[in-house]
Design a protein around this ligand. Structure first.
Ligand code: FES
Ligand code: FE2
Length: 271
């Protein structure tokens, strides 16, 4: 029996399919995404329902995951990175499909593209069913990589635009016009950053449209109970305090005040 930390494919497990594509994101974004276990039940909500991390680091991560399809079976998976060989393996260690190994090779292609090659090794499948199982994996991984690619591209844009950098101090107020004419939610670019003005409770609030965690899209999110929840990892930011309501160490710092005076609204910074 091979060691569980073995970093080569198990020759005894048949490969039921392979999947290759180019993703329009740098290898840096791809590796970041590979180590990011937290996005599974949010970005990939059609595939995963919950995740409980049992350990994570530069080496990879281990977690218990429940699948989105009823009856939501729970499985344990580990993802181990071999940076030298530019590949990683995702293994199912417990539950349905235990013993499955998914090997992914990551090949940088310039600054903004990365080649991906995935091999699906699934034990215990009769030869006549391997193609069907393989097609299922390819279809699932096509969707997962599509979703990941969108996320990585948006994050790259947020980084390139400086939306995740510490906001400068000493910014002048920015006029929003007559408060009566504001159609909420209202998006505005102020000092090169994009904000959304919303009503929560009695007051008006402004929040950045790029999530302070990794740049997720907050512009289209529903406002619930005075907070916005990011669709990438589910962080929920209280608009009054900027705190993450789940207690995660991430805060929305860049929240200009919306001040209304004599019927005119404006954003004020550093208040
Ligand atoms: S980017 Fe992670 S919660 Fe928003
Ligand atoms: Fe993903």
């Amino acid at each position: 029996m091979a060691s569980p930390d073995r970093m080569t494919p198990d020759p005894e497990i048949p490969t039921v399919a392979t999947y290759e594509r180019t993703v329009r994101a740098s290898a840096e974004r791809v590796w970041e995404n590979v180590l990011d276990w937290e996005h599974l039940p949010w970005l990939h909500a059609d595939a995963f329902q919950t995740i409980q991390c049992e350990g994570a680091g530069r080496w990879g991560w281990r977690a218990r995951v429940s699948l989105a399809r009823p009856p939501h079976p729970e499985i344990a998976i580990e993802l181990l990175v071999d940076r030298e060989a530019s590949r990683y393996v995702t293994r199912t260690t417990e539950g349905a499909g235990a013993g499955t190994e998914i090997w992914t090779e990551v090949t940088p292609q310039g600054d903004a593209e990365t080649g991906i090659r995935v091999a699906f090794l699934v034990p215990g499948i009769a030869p006549e069913h391997r193609d069907g199982v393989g097609q299922g994996y390819v279809s699932l991984y096509t969707t997962l990589w599509d979703e990941d690619e969108d996320m990585m591209r948006e994050r790259q844009r947020a980084l390139d635009d400086g939306a995740l950098a510490r906001p400068p101090s000493g910014r002048d107020p920015v006029a929003l016009g007559p408060v009566e004419a504001l159609r909420l939610p209202h998006e505005v670019i102020a000092h090169g950053r994009r904000y959304r003005v919303v009503r929560a409770g009695e007051g008006l609030h402004a929040h950045p449209t790029a999530c302070p965690h990794l740049g997720g899209p907050l512009a289209q999110t529903d406002l619930r109970d005075g907070a916005v929840t990011c669709p990438w990892h589910g962080y929920t930011f209280d608009l009054e305090t900027g705190r993450e309501r789940g207690g995660r160490p991430c805060r929305m710092i860049d929240r200009p005040a919306v001040v209304v005076e004599a019927g005119e609204a404006r954003l004020e910074f550093d208040t």
